[in-house]
Design a protein around this ligand. Structure first.
Ligand code: FPP
Ligand code: MG
Length: 306
């Protein structure tokens, strides 16, 4: 699928999503939904790259994007985030109650539409939503104190982020009659790589590029992989200062100090290397499938510049 074809597909998926929401027959819901922004639709891109374009596949993409939007509505309430994709978040515009309830409508409608699909697809998507909610609970609990456990962080990434990406690739394969386990493994590894890179970008990119405040993870209580490396490698004094800065608003001078420490202990470089390992495992899972587009998506993640 060319970039142009995907732009067309994105428009179509957006229209199906809007139609699903309109089916609920409530003007307030329609108005709130109109204020949300669909983003890059990575999960749909993967699904369509595996299954090819059909009405059935586009409908499933719309279901998955509704689930993704709903989880971000809830996540912004949980993280008390006021910006999403360069715009005010829905909770910032209309308050937490409306953001949570719109999320519930989107989830519920997505599940209703999902019930029309074959059992294996319905199982894959519904199981992954359970996993992503468990992942979010893990994320919230881990934010109570500075997490130093890499395995726990990686498992949380697998649940919170990779689950829906894995299900998208798996469902594409189920629609196309391909070996779904291979595609699921691809999506799972790609999803972990994606979350690690997301956590790196929080440190290396500006608010403008991110579409939300920069370096917000540490102040939100998230000790992501670069910070875990820093804690493992730095002097006692640096670690002490890192713990002092944890889960508090970060001043510009502290942010600069942190970036310098992360740099001098190669924490960003090695986090990117870890993401590359997962992206390579993703490539490995589908190496004999002859899907150039999926290879390119994983390759781009490896070769991206930071
Ligand atoms: C973003 O993480 C959040 C997710 C990837 C998943 C959120 C999932 C839920 C809120 C659970 C869903 C609820 C139900 C009812 C199933 P982030 O905060 O690290 O990323 P961000 O910087 O983009 O906000
Ligand atoms: Mg968040």
């Amino acid at each position: 699928m060319s970039e142009r074809d995907f732009e067309w597909a994105k428009e179509r998926i957006g229209a199906i999503m809007q139609g699903f929401v309109a089916d609920c027959g409530n003007e307030i819901v329609n108005a709130l939904f109109a204020k949300t922004n669909h983003g890059k639709m990575l999960r749909s891109k993967l699904l369509l790259a595996v299954s090819g374009v059909s009405e059935e596949a586009l409908g499933l993409c719309a279901i998955i994007e509704l689930i993704q939007s709903a989880s971000l509505l809830h996540d912004d309430v949980i993280d008390n985030a006021h910006t999403r994709r360069n715009s005010p978040s829905l909770n910032a515009l209309f308050g937490n109650k409306n953001a949570i309830m719109l999320g519930d409508v989107l989830y519920a409608k997505a599940f209703f539409e999902l019930s029309a699909y074959e059992r294996a697809i319905a199982k894959s998507v519904s199981d992954c939503v359970c996993r992503l909610a468990v992942g979010e609970i893990e994320d919230v609990f881990m934010a109570q104190s500075f997490n130093t456990n890499k395995a726990r962080y990686l498992q949380m990434c697998e649940l919170k982020t990779a689950a829906l990406i894995a299900a998208s690739a798996e469902c594409g394969a189920l629609l196309a009659g391909l070996d779904s386990q291979k595609y699921r493994a691809y999506g799972n590894n790609l999803g972990i790589a994606f979350q690690i890179i997301d956590d790196v970008l929080d440190i290396t990119q500006s608010a403008e590029v991110l579409g939300k405040p920069a370096m917000s993870d540490l102040s939100e209580g998230k000790s992501t992989l670069p910070y875990i490396y820093l804690y493992e490698r730095a002097t006692q004094e640096v670690c002490q200062e890192l713990l002092t800065l944890f889960a508090k608003p970060l001043s510009e001078s502290s942010a600069q100090w942190l970036r310098a420490q992360l740099d001098s202990y190669h924490c960003v470089r090695d986090s990117i290397a870890k993401a590359r390992e997962y992206a390579l495992s993703a490539l490995d899972s589908i190496q004999n499938e002859g899907n150039a587009q999926l290879s390119k998506i994983a390759q781009n993640m490896i070769e991206r510049e930071f």
